[in-house]
Design a protein around this ligand. Structure first.
Ligand code: ATP
Length: 356
């Protein structure tokens, strides 16, 4: 049985002057789902959230939350009547109120009097109960983030929208905070949509990812499917580096200058494929015909730049054990995994089949 629909956007458009911030955007989010909206700066992510929250009106199209149309040609439901909570990048806590007062203030109007108990429950859910009497300026970024989430939950929303929620946390704590907070949001069963330009972040914690580019949604899919089988070259490039290779396909496998790989799908004859760098194994061998030209050490892993016999360059992503040196001769060991046929650019393909 499929979950009920929490949000549906149909053919939504919004311009700012000459800029099409959202251009015919359609998207369906299921109840309880954690959906990431991923794309580069300026692609329309925040505009999409603002349209759902009701801070902006669409010029065309329809927005439906649950089973209620909240915006279309003839209908407009104000933000405060939508049961949507939005957490902004800068958290936007009231500096003159304590933490617990900030949360009480966000409770629905009839529940504010005597609402302190509920506010403390939410602070406990997010593990910041002991900070209740402090003011926002006395908190770290991560703590403010938790309070902002508690405040969003206090609004008793159906949908929670997070705009780059983890971008101001430092790299060291970011992954842990992100995993923990999204985990806690999942416990509540709420539908959560968060915006990010960080592909790792989108892939690691969401049920599905919608990839945006220049005001359009290019593909919506589960993280692994997006990474392994991108619908168009923009998605493939945005989701990480890949070797683009000319090869010869034999049904379910393909021979490439980096060796033979299983092929996602089937093909015969000359093809162009992507081979992700983690599928390129490297083994030191003086008789090898590949030369290590660069080595980018990153702690737990390492990225090699390799010069192939035909003069072209490839990249390999390996764990940082048994490392090879720059200048060393190596052989390539294809790792288990699939090469994918290079898809054409979004603008060049029939978009009728875009999966939403
Ligand atoms: P970022 O990751 O940098 O926050 P974004 O993907 O969230 O970017 P939006 O903020 O939605 O992108 O903006 C989409 C486009 O619309 C951009 O070109 C932006 O300059 C433009 N835009 C957004 N809001 C306005 C506005 N109020 N007035 C004019 N142009 C705007």
């Amino acid at each position: 049985m499929t979950a009920p629909i929490a949000l549906r956007l149909e053919g939504v458009r919004r311009r700012f002057g000459d800029v099409a911030a959202l251009d015919d955007v359609s998207l369906t989010v299921q109840s309880g789902e954690v959906m990431a909206i991923l794309g580069p700066s300026g692609c329309g992510k925040t505009t999409l959230l603002n349209l759902v929250a009701g801070h902006l009106r669409p010029e065309a199209g329809r927005v439906t939350i649950g089973d209620r149309v909240v915006a279309d040609d003839g209908c407009w439901i104000a933000p405060q009547d939508r049961r949507v909570a939005m957490v902004f990048q800068d958290y936007a806590l009231f500096p003159h109120l304590t933490v617990v007062e900030n949360v009480v203030f966000a409770l629905p109007k009839g529940q504010r009097r005597g609402g302190e108990e509920r506010a403390r429950e939410l602070l406990a859910l997010l593990d910041v109960e002991e900070l209740a009497e402090r003011r926002p300026t006395e908190l770290s970024g991560g703590q403010q983030q938790r309070v902002a989430l508690a405040r969003a939950l206090a609004q008793d929303p159906e949908l929670i929208l997070l705009d780059e929620p983890f971008s101001s946390l430092d790299q060291g704590t970011r992954d842990d905070v992100r995993n923990e907070l999204i985990g806690r949001l999942r416990q509540t069963g709420l539908t959560c949509i968060f915006v990010t330009h960080d592909q790792e972040e989108a892939l690691s914690v969401s049920d599905r990812v919608a990839v945006m580019h220049e005001g359009r949604i290019l593909q919506v899919d589960q993280p692994e499917a997006l990474y392994r089988k991108p619908f168009c070259s923009e998605v493939a490039n945005f989701l990480g580096r890949a070797n683009v290779l000319d090869g010869v396909a034999h049904g379910e496998s393909v021979d490439t200058p980096l060796g033979s790989y299983a092929l996602l799908g089937q093909a015969a004859g000359p093809v162009r494929v992507y081979v992700r760098p983690e599928l390129v194994g490297v083994r030191g061998d003086e008789t090898g015909d590949v030369v290590v030209e660069g080595r980018d050490f990153r702690g737990h892993d390492v990225l090699y730049t390799l010069r192939l016999p035909d003069g072209s360059v490839a990249i390999a992503h390996r764990p940082s054990v048994d490392m090879v040196e720059v200048g060393q001769r190596v052989r390539i060991d294809p790792q288990p995994g699939h090469a994918a046929l290079v898809p054409v650019a979004f603008g060049d393909r029939d978009t009728a089949g875009v999966p939403h």
